[in-house]
Design a binder for this molecule. Structure first.
Ligand code: FUB
Ligand code: ZN
Length: 678
């Protein structure tokens, strides 16, 4: 799975090129030395690096039009550093620390693609402010909201309400940022803070006599596994940290967090009592009453995947970001412990998510109230669909792919990338979405948001893009994504240069050259997307009328299209100059929802390749009169000057554009992915 390249080589490679994947020796999900070169993603990554990163930092600093008071989320750390406690001068939501750390994590990975000393210096300066704040606390506890607003409520103590406070989530985000920033820069200042914080949590939380504290917003699970992996793989790094490091403690902490969900006093009954009553019960610390025993806690409810133990969960429930990040954590742990309970739980949750609760754009989280998953087949066209939830689902799928190497997981990841993710940002890179309804009127991107959680998640996943293109497992090379790139890989000890050239997702030809330094036997497994096999969804949640089929050649000779787990395997002795050519059927296809999806009865939508299309009122002034006749002819047209260069689909005089590109030309337009079937 992982390719080891000495860090110095990678740094040299980084200096020469624009867009390169993670350089860390054992970065989870990472394949080193992959440089994105295509005309679709490379320019976008450049915009996100040049525009989005400074935009996000500036706006967290309070420089945006909705914030006349100039409130600065970084200043929360300065207030704590100055000794403020209980002064009620925290700015923003309790999870703003976490959002800042998530941004730093994403930016760290961008620094690997686009080295930028000025940006690095800016991040270093933020880290100094974080460290100064942490230095004022003897335990290393630092959650600025709690310290400034309700310092007696650390970790939800004394009637604190951890579900809102986000203490553990903030801590996890710091740990993850520290690991990524160290891997990108070799600097340990944030890692020092993170180790101190993780040590504090590992001493405090766990089986008795430690405390029963679990994250009520997931994310810390995967984060702390990464901390464990870092020190396991680089034990000499411990010498550079002033705190003691026992990495096993970190893994134990995550095990506790995962296995102890659903273990609590059984109250409050969130769904029956409602949120206000339940919150009141917790704030009165009623769970401390003798009848609930010692060392217990309230349940955070289905909302936070805490009603029943993880291994008993049959369906993916509750707040969709929390749920997908918990599932990501479970899958990440499964990669470490190979425990069938973890593998089964992750598989079950993914199957339920993808087979019954996922939208055609890869989005999840149908219900606005509590931002949660709806019941099976509840997939209305105007659904909520938070950007962060789609990103969480994609992270989950990425980990499931690492675990199983099944193509269906990459299918879902790809669905998110080309649809839910790209729509979350304006073409200019400085306006964002939170909700992503498939049919809506007046759906505009915003400059900034009172809860700006989505831009950091956006940075986190886009910076991983190069690392998702390939996996290596022993002597197998998995070609997962069709993104033009140049890669210098090491396959079973042989240096191999791989190059992909493609105009995907606009055209279906993918040319892959395989150049081993010397002739070598290995397997190249080329993913054949489900949509290209006429299998729109692994559980037929959606079906399509695709008629053409994909084809594959090596040096011009047809390969037998035996597809196993989503891949065609080419097992041969590879020689310099060998060429693989994949042809995917890009003609527009009509997608029909599963008959159980009541809200989509009588509707269909259009897609070409991985891209889902939408009809927007800008092109279709009579949008409400537009319907789709599946037997009509559809034409796919290249429009290099439209919306940054897109294909459109025309059907009669109606025009569809990629869903991701809606709401970029005018404000307050109407758009529809799902249209009546004629
Ligand atoms: O709770 C922190 C973040 O705020 C969540 O991830 C988002 O869904 C929003 O609720
Ligand atoms: Zn969000």
């Amino acid at each position: 799975m992982k390719i080891n390249i000495k860090k110095s080589c990678v740094v040299a490679a980084l200096a020469m090129c624009g867009v390169v994947a993670h350089a860390g020796d054992k970065m989870p999900q990472a394949v080193d030395g992959v440089k994105i070169t295509d005309s679709f993603w490379a320019p976008k990554l450049q915009v996100w690096n040049d525009v989005t990163i400074p935009d996000v930092l500036r706006k967290f600093e309070g420089q945006h039009t909705d914030n006349p008071a100039g409130n600065d989320a970084f200043a929360n750390f300065d207030k704590v550093a100055a000794g403020d406690r209980g002064t009620h001068n925290h700015f923003g939501a309790p999870w703003f620390d976490g959002l800042i750390f998530e941004s730093i994590r994403g930016i760290a990975d961008y620094l690997l693609m686009f080295p930028d000393p000025a940006l690095e210096a800016r991040i270093d300066a933020y880290i100094e402010r974080v460290a100064a704040a942490q230095a004022t606390e003897p335990t290393g506890y630092i959650s600025t909201y709690t310290l400034l607003q309700e310092p007696d409520h650390r970790w939800g103590d004394n009637g604190g309400f951890l579900r809102f406070q986000h203490d553990v989530y903030n801590a996890g985000a710091m740990v993850e940022a520290a690991v990524h920033y160290y891997r990108a820069t070799g600097k340990t200042a944030l890692l020092e803070c993170a180790v101190r914080y993780a040590n504090h949590m590992a001493q405090l939380m766990g089986p008795e006599p430690r405390r029963n504290i679990v994250p009520s917003h997931s994310g810390p699970e995967e984060a702390v596994v990464k901390l464990y992996q870092l020190f396991r793989d680089e034990p000499e790094l411990k010498q550079r940290i002033s705190q003691p490091v026992d990495e096993q403690q970190y893994l134990d902490l995550v095990t506790f967090w995962i296995e102890n969900r659903g273990h609590h006093c059984g109250y409050p009954h969130w769904l029956e009592w409602g949120n206000p009553e339940s919150e009141k019960w917790i704030k009165e610390a009623r769970y401390n009453a003798p009848e609930y025993g010692a060392h217990t806690r309230p349940t955070w409810g289905d909302y936070a995947q805490d009603s029943i133990p993880v291994f008993e969960q049959q369906t993916i429930e509750g707040h969709a970001v929390r749920a997908t990040l918990l599932a990501t954590g479970i899958a990440t742990m499964a990669l470490e412990n190979n425990d069938p309970r973890y593998i089964d739980a992750a598989t079950r949750l993914w199957d339920n998510m993808a087979g019954r609760r996922m939208f055609i754009t890869g989005g999840v989280g149908a219900i606005h109230e509590d931002e949660k998953f709806g019941p099976d087949y509840f997939l209305p066209p105007g659904a909520y669909l938070e950007t962060c939830a789609a990103v969480g689902a994609a992270f989950f799928s990425g980990r499931m792919h690492e675990l199983t190497h099944k193509g269906m997981y990459v299918d879902q990841l790809e669905q998110v990338l080309y649809n839910s993710l790209l729509t979350a940002i304006s073409l200019a890179g400085d306006n964002y979405t939170y909700q992503n309804p498939l049919n809506a009127v007046g759906h505009n991107r915003w400059e900034w948001h009172g809860c700006p959680c989505c831009p950091p998640m956006f940075l986190k996943i886009t910076s991983l893009l190069p690392s998702y293109i390939y996996n290596i497992d022993g002597k197998d090379l998995y070609v997962n994504l069709f993104i033009g790139n140049e890669a210098n890989l090491d396959i079973a000890g042989v240096p191999v240069r791989i190059e992909q050239q493609t105009a995907y997702p606009w055209k279906g030809t993918v040319n892959i050259s395989v150049d081993p330094e010397k002739a070598a036997c290995f397997e190249v497994k080329v993913r054949i997307p489900g949509w290209a096999q006429g299998k729109e969804n692994p559980y037929d949640l959606y079906t399509s009328d695709l008629k053409e089929r994909p084809a594959l050649t090596v040096n011009g000779k047809a390969v037998d299209m035996k597809i196993r787990d989503g891949y065609v395997t080419i097992d041969r002795k590879w020689r310099k100059g060998d060429k693989i050519a994949l042809t995917l059927p890009m003609q527009p296809r009509v997608i029909t929802p599963h008959p159980e999806i009541a809200d989509l009865t009588g509707t269909v939508c259009l897609a070409s390749g991985p891209v889902v299309y939408s009809f927007e009122s800008v092109d279709n002034p009579n949008l409400d009169a537009v319907s789709i006749d599946p037997s009509a002819g559809f034409s796919l047209n290249s429009n290099p000057d439209l919306l940054g260069g897109v294909n459109t689909i025309t059907c009669g005089d109606a025009i569809a554009i990629p869903y991701y590109s809606i709401a970029n030309r005018r404000r307050d337009t109407a758009h529809k992915v799902w249209l009546p079937r004629r």
